[in-house]
Design a protein around this ligand. Structure first.
Ligand code: ATP
Ligand code: MG
Length: 568
């Protein structure tokens, strides 16, 4: 069941900001930032954070910076930086001239580290990574002091500057904050704040071989940029103490407030760059922008609109408790948006030939069709009608079950915008027995869809004229994973063991009304009765149109049939 919640016009972060403005805490300023690490493409979880940070800034007449948290050079690439910029822009947000990189602050951060050492609050530790882990203790046991903890300030300064100049190999030394190895909060047990990494950085090249850690970099970057509210996800709650410790020890004059909120989790998919990258690299999907991916670029290619994603983010609200949001809510948001803006067209995905035996062979006529019943301003178009048509295979049953009201032998139905037709003969393949063609008659009196004698039909079918239709490939998508929470390791399986083998169905030979011949890449339509579709922006060409199904319409028949299956 989908719960569609009321739009949350208020959340706890707004309350904090309101209070800060009342007390004039940051001189009434609101400055936020979105701080992605450029180690993958953005996903819908990031959209929540983007909408929140840029949204609050807009609401309070403040600013929102885009800052790349690029302190982990081995995993970062220019491609990701560019994709992130594109996605933030596409979502409808603008950082104006406030584009920053944590790497811009490397020199300043180094100076801050030296300042900590001089204060006796940081030391060079020469334990190995394994030893550091071992000395750290556990949640129930305190850690032990590193034997290097008592190095003199002079020795620390000397070693740290030699770390910078490249004298030591990766892992030989780290710089650690000197806090408390018995602190109940494990984050405070002398955390590493610098490490040696002799790797090329996408912006600073080979200039640095020591790189600052997240906890040291993030708070100082926020402070340098004059951020007032540093909004992050709940897993950083324990890091807040360190965030504040670093800023307090360094005595910086701008001390932002870290505020945590619950990250977005979405059913039947995965929101983690680390895992999404595996799907890409191991070719379980065609790329970061595969329409099945929960990435912004995947959703865009699938046909999602920025409005739908923003509305979704507003609907899910911002809370401090973790939860899993139903995919149906995301689908609801795009349906609602496209219902108003997508033109209706007719397309037959699995064609069944229909010959109207009393319609002249040499004739064709143009019938008027409404482009969007929700918006008369979108006007009308003509669709060609002729003797040979295609309808959907599933709209015909030779032996119709009880509640099946569509076409069947001897039965009359309406063709949308056209005529009533009646099935008079069923042609089958001699060998397979499969229905290959229907012979129907049409009633010329019913043009436009109503019978002058008032007789009723129970179904209206979509159709295309065979002679006029254009052929296309259509891709239908299902959930990427076959279980609601593929990350749940309780079953002892890897998340990839839950990949849905039927998440992509490719249909070829689909027949589309001719107005779609000129459809631009990325343009979106409602295929009547079938769902919302968009022209694939990557694979579609003039010779070979490709459409992606963004989302289905609700299918009442599938529900009835399912309910019946359950009864039997
Ligand atoms: P991932 O686990 O996917 O790599 P991340 O947190 O490491 O995510 P970052 O690039 O560091 O990715 O994230 C940038 C910002 O987006 C951070 O402030 C982070 O808290 C936020 N964010 C990431 N994932 C989500 C999510 N699922 N819901 C809400 N915010 C998120
Ligand atoms: Mg991160």
């Amino acid at each position: 069941m989908t719960r569609i919640e009321a739009t949350s016009s208020s959340n706890f972060i707004r309350h904090i900001i309101d209070e800060d403005i009342r007390s004039n805490k940051h001189a009434g300023r609101v400055a936020t930032r979105f701080p992605p690490e450029p180690n993958g493409y953005l996903h819908i979880g990031h959209a929540k954070s983007i909408c929140l940070n840029f949204g609050l800034a807009a609401e309070y007449n403040g600013t929102c910076n885009l800052r790349f948290d690029d302190t982990n050079p081995s995993k970062e690439e220019v491609e990701y930086v560019e994709s992130i910029k594109e996605d933030v822009r596409w979502l409808g947000f603008d950082w104006h001239d406030r584009l920053y990189y944590a790497s811009d602050y490397f020199e300043q951060l180094y100076a801050y580290a030296v300042q900590l050492i001089k204060k006796g609050k940081a030391y060079v530790c020469s334990l190995s990574a394994d030893e550091i882990r071992e000395y750290r203790g556990t949640l129930t046991e305190p850690g032990r002091d590193s034997p290097y903890r008592t190095r003199s300030i002079e020795e620390n300064l000397d070693l740290f500057s030699r770390m910078r100049s490249g004298e030591f190999e990766d892992g030989a030394h780290v710089l650690r904050a000197k806090i408390d190895m018995a602190a109940p909060n494990m984050v405070m047990r002398d955390p590493t704040i610098y490490r040696i990494r002799k790797v090329f950085h996408h912006r600073t090249g080979d200039q640095w071989c020591i790189y600052p850690m997240y906890d040291f970099t993030h708070c100082l970057s926020d402070s340098i940029e004059g951020i007032t509210h540093s909004i992050c996800t709940l897993e950083f709650e324990n890091n807040r103490e360190l965030y504040d410790w670093v800023l307090d020890e360094l005595g910086v004059d701008r001390h932002p407030q870290q505020i945590e909120f619950a990250r977005l989790n979405l059913g039947y998919t995965i929101l983690s760059k680390r895992r999404l990258i595996q799907l890409v690299e191991e070719k379980h999907v065609s790329g970061w922008n595969d329409p099945r991916m929960p990435t912004i670029s995947g959703l865009r290619r699938r046909g999602y609109t920025p409005e739908a994603i923003r509305n979704f983010c507003e609907r899910i609200g911002v809370a401090r408790r973790d939860s899993v949001v139903d995919m149906a809510l995301l689908e609801y948001s795009i349906r609602e948006n496209l219902n108003r803006r997508a033109p209706r067209v007719m397309a037959v995905l699995r064609p069944l030939r229909v010959v109207i035996i009393n319609y002249p062979e040499d004739r064709a006529e143009e019938l008027k069709a409404v482009n969007n019943p929700e918006d008369p301003a979108m006007g009308t178009r003509n669709v060609p009608f002729a003797r040979v048509l295609y309808i959907e295979q599933e709209d015909f049953r030779e032996d119709p079950p009880k509640k099946f009201f569509r076409l069947a032998p001897g039965r009359e139905v309406r063709l949308r915008y056209a005529y009533f037709i009646k099935c008079v003969d069923v042609i089958k393949d001699k060998h397979t027995g499969q229905v290959v063609e229907l012979h129907c008659t049409y009633d010329p009196e019913t043009k436009g869809g109503d019978a002058p004698d008032g007789r009723k039909v129970k179904a209206t079918l979509h159709w295309v004229s065979a002679a006029h239709a254009i052929e296309a490939e259509v891709r239908l998508y299902d959930h990427l994973f076959s279980v609601p929470n593929p990350q749940d390791a309780k079953d002892g399986l890897d998340f990839k063991d839950h990949i849905n083998p039927n998440s992509l169905e490719t249909l070829t030979g689909c027949q589309l009304e001719p107005s779609l011949a000129q459809a631009a890449p990325g343009s979106r339509f409602q295929f009547e009765r079938l769902g919302y579709f968009c022209v694939d922006a990557v694979d579609a060409t003039n010779q070979r149109p490709v459409f992606n199904r963004t989302v289905t319409l609700r299918d009442s028949w599938a529900k009835i049939e399912k309910a019946q299956d359950h009864k039997h």
